[in-house]
Ligand binder design. Sequence first.
Ligand code: NDP
Length: 450
Amino acid sequence: MSYAQRVIEGLKQKYASEPVFLQAVEEVLMTLQPLLDKDAKYEKNKILERITEPERIISFRVEWVDDKGEIQVNRGYRVQYNSAIGPYKGGLRFHPSVNLGILKFLGFEQIFKNSLTGLAIGGGKGGSDFDPKGKSENEVMRFCQAFMTELHRHIGATIDVPAGDIGVGGREVGYMFGQFKRLTRSYEGVLTGKNLLFGGSLARTEATGYGAVYFAQNMLEDRGENLEGKVCAVSGAGNVATYCCEKLLQLGARPVTVSDSRGMIYDPEGIKVDVLKQVKEVERASLTRYAELVPTAKHTPVAEYPEGRNAVWSVPCFAAFPCATQNELNLADAKTLLANGCKCVAEGANMPSTLDAVHAFLEAGIAYGPAKAANAGGVATSQLEMQQNAGMQSWTFETVDGKLKDIMGNIYKNAAATAKEFGQPDNLVLGANIAGFRKVADAMIAQGVC
Ligand code: NDP
């Protein structure tokens, strides 16, 4: 049994109740074997055993009072996974499905993603099982304040800098920043994704979605292709999906789908991003509202999806952009996409494709951009926000967007060159994993056992 397999088996025994965490670990570790074979120092220094264990997990009770005067209790977490190359950095997720296993999967992925950006940021993730849906503004504010009342002890501009993720956007970041400031009397860049009025960066809101499209462009350019005039399928209807659609439209492509937890929209003329923003960002409504506002669009409720699959992936497309959540694209979906002629998949969400779906894309030899490379634009731009805060500066949209574009180009080049170095030039999963891992692992070895 190889070193990687032995570590995976050990983790399976220890963390049997955390299946998505084990899935993420397996996906990364199984691609590292060529590097581990080439250099014995990683096994000698027990790097896999060390890098898979978070440096610190903070778990806490969050108490707040709802509009009816009733006490509510949620669980909050921050997983400070790895600080070898910089302060912990990664989003906060507020969703009823949140548990420690999900946050460990996200934090583990974040280590390698952040390393790939080429910037000095370690890996972390956090969140709560709080569901912002159906809550009033005041309830969301009180929850965010209660959450930060504990979290503030553990974070700081050079310690750990959280950002948004599912269920955490500008509104929630604002309430948490306000509470941090009140508790610490410190005005610092402790959160990213802030409002432009108090230290936010232009282009941060757009960055993850735009970045995924820039990554797809890089992959396609190398294959003599581009996105112009191409039909694209996008899942999700939140931050990442919205700005993925926006960039696709700017480049002359035609995104024809978006989806949320209740159903999907098929709009053959192309998604109207202004309507999507109105429905999701302003009204915070379901996509049924989009269909009310756009007569050409058809809404299919989740209950009508064939065999529980994601109906978005049955729409014939040239390129697919999964931008909703983990494991939303399975092997059957991958086969349907390939049979319909899909030539490119760039992942905006974290681990949206199951392991067997990933293998199907790699075997088919299409341009496949794994999440930790393709969606790294968000965290990279968060780091640009940290740089602006530290220097008390505000850069223009064009400056930040230009840097984002360069960073996505560099991530692609780094992943592609590493894939080539290890003899699998089209395998960006292997390239991204090895490139991201090598930098962090070498930093850990250089810093000794600590
Ligand atoms: P949002 O909360 O803005 O949007 C999430 C979207 O996905 C919503 O439309 C939501 O539907 C849908 N969704 C969530 N869970 C499910 C589910 N179980 N089934 C079906 N649909 C679901 O989140 P983001 O856009 O920020 O995040 C999307 C993905 O991108 C996540 O995987 C996140 O980790 C990843 N990501 C985000 C980054 C960022 O900068 N925001 C950075 C890097 C990665 P509904 O509206 O009904 O809730």
